[in-house]
Ligand binder design. Structure first.
Ligand code: NAD
Length: 480
């Protein structure tokens, strides 16, 4: 068992996966579970030689994978999705243990979605090649040529969902991939390598190098043979990656943080808004697309607060592996300290704690769902992403005010707007973010665009947008 660790009875290979083989790193790093901070074991740490080997393998595998065409790749990718399904329980338990994601969410949301991420793009790729533009003088056959080797880097809050969201379109479009999982939650990506192997993907098409961002990630993104970098994570890391990518002139897709508005208009269904508001605490609000800045019409403020307080008071906090749990742990002591720091500084600056504001009675890495109010528009807690269960509530007096406040952020990822349907839709249309849900939250369709404005990122993922990123678009021109 030297090359495996076991979580909740699931054996996970701790090595890299390069060129169709498991490869041990020369060094390792330890991981632990946020549920009880127990050690889970040691994971290979990728060094420059491991990264070089992975890029070499992916480069070598690229021409024949690309030459298969979308139809030729489809059976491989179908089997890949099936293999994920066969080990659904293992995926669920692994990520619940290393990232603290709710097991129920893994079972009903993430794992089916991971399979869909592979299958949807594999099938959608079939119809990509045959767009034509007819003009007076020519027929333009627009082709999506595969770009080459793609590096995929994801954060710890949703490793399986976000990795497959990138791996699916990258492979379907004919690229080969190197996945660099998040170092705090690396297990489900290792299970993905098992699934890729069981599906019979040719060696070098899917590679996995475990390790830290500063060493492994940095080494992969700086290799000039890499043709695409797809990154989801924080703004500071994105800036480093974008600089490196610029030096090699490599396109990068950046999906970053958010401080998304959750708008409650005067004519909103307050029960629905409050129930949806409470959902923001799922996974301890370690969710990029959560609405974390509540903007509530001043006339419904008190009623909304009372309704949401009642629902939040009933939330079940605890072990994410238990079916009834609705709020799990914060991923890491460092992240918990960050969250506490935001609350303490906000309170010191005069904020009122509506609920929560402190560690949960469970101890460990559990923090109470928190809502702060009485804050200035320029307060740190209004402007910065906490990435923990701390929300902030401000009031507005009319639509114009709500829209101005919603847009007053360096972030522009998502949003939520509750109100009478036409009214809420018209307000939502003025909010400058990549997406906004009207009287709802979390609806995702794989063909729809996903991504953010300003510091929330560059580029869009989903459907054609993913294919455009992972392809070199070519125009074959025939005169008429
Ligand atoms: P992070 O930026 O610290 O790390 C993300 C990944 O980048 C990790 O795999 C890390 O190892 C790697 N990395 C770090 N330094 C690197 C470097 N120099 N070169 C290459 N790779 C490097 O982010 P995090 O703390 O893991 O994740 C939380 C952030 O992710 C939050 O800001 C959150 O909002 C954001 N996020 C965004 C989305 C989205 O779709 N927009 C989704 C989930 C999370």
């Amino acid at each position: 068992m030297g090359h495996h660790l076991t979580v909740s009875g699931v054996a996970v290979d701790t090595r890299h996966y390069i060129d169709g083989e498991r490869v041990s790193g020369r060094e390792t790093f330890g991981i632990f579970s946020p549920i009880d901070q127990r050690d889970l074991g040691e994971i290979s740490q990728g060094d420059a030689a491991d990264c070089d080997r992975a890029v070499t393998a992916a480069t070598r595998a690229f021409p024949s994978w690309a030459a298969l065409g979308a139809e030729g790749r489809l059976p491989y990718l179908r089997r890949f999705a099936e293999e994920i399904g066969k080990r659904a329980d293992d995926f669920c338990l692994a990520e619940s243990n290393d990232a603290g994601v709710l097991l129920s969410r893994m079972q009903h949301g993430v794992v089916p979605r991971a399979m869909q991420n592979i299958l949807f793009f594999a099938e959608a790729a079939l119809t990509l090649q045959d767009k034509t533009i007819n003009t007076k003088q020519a027929v333009h056959y627009v082709r999506h040529d595969p770009a080459g080797v793609a590096v995929i880097i994801t954060p710890w809050n949703a490793p399986l969902m976000l990795s497959t969201w990138k791996i699916g379109p990258a492979l379907a479009a004919g690229n080969t991939v190197i996945v660099k999982p998040p170092e705090w939650a690396p297990l489900t990506c290792s299970l993905l390598a098992d699934a890729a192997e069981a599906a019979g993907l040719p060696p070098g098409v899917f590679n996995l190098v475990q390790g830290s961002g500063a060493v492994t990630g940095a080494s992969l993104v700086s290799d000039p043979r890499v043709r695409r970098i797809s990154f989801t994570g924080s703004v500071p890391t994105a800036k480093i990656i974008a600089e490196v990518a610029a030096r090699n002139l490599v396109p990068c897709s950046l999906e970053l943080g958010g401080k998304s508005p959750f708008i409650v208009l005067e004519d909103a269904d307050l029960d629905a808004a409050a129930a949806t508001g409470a959902l923001m605490y799922r996974n301890a609000t370690q969710v990029c697309l959560a609405g974390t800045r509540f903007l509530v019409h001043e006339r419904v403020r008190d009623a909304f607060i009372e309704k949401m307080r009642a629902i939040v008071g009933e939330l079940s906090i605890g072990d994410p592996r238990e079916a009834a749990t609705e709020v799990g742990p914060i991923i890491h002591p460092r992240q918990l300290e960050r969250v506490k720091g935001y609350v303490d500084r906000a309170v010191a600056a005069g904020a009122t704690v509506l609920w929560g504001g402190q560690a949960a009675p469970q101890g460990g890495l559990f923090f109470l769902p928190t809502m702060l109010t009485d804050v200035g528009e320029d307060a740190e807690i209004v402007r910065e992403e906490v990435f923990g269960p701390v929300l902030v509530l401000q009031t507005f007096s009319d639509d114009e005010d709500a829209i101005r406040m919603a847009n007053d952020s360096v972030y522009g990822l998502g949003g939520v707007c509750f109100g009478e349907t036409e009214h809420a839709k018209s307000v939502a249309e003025h909010v400058r973010t990549g997406f906004i849900w009207v009287n709802s939250f979390g609806i995702r369709d794989l063909e729809a665009p996903f991504g953010g404005c300003r510091n929330s990122g560059i580029g869009r993922e989903g459907g054609d947008w993913s294919f455009e990123f992972f392809s070199d678009i070519k125009d074959v021109i025939l005169p008429t």
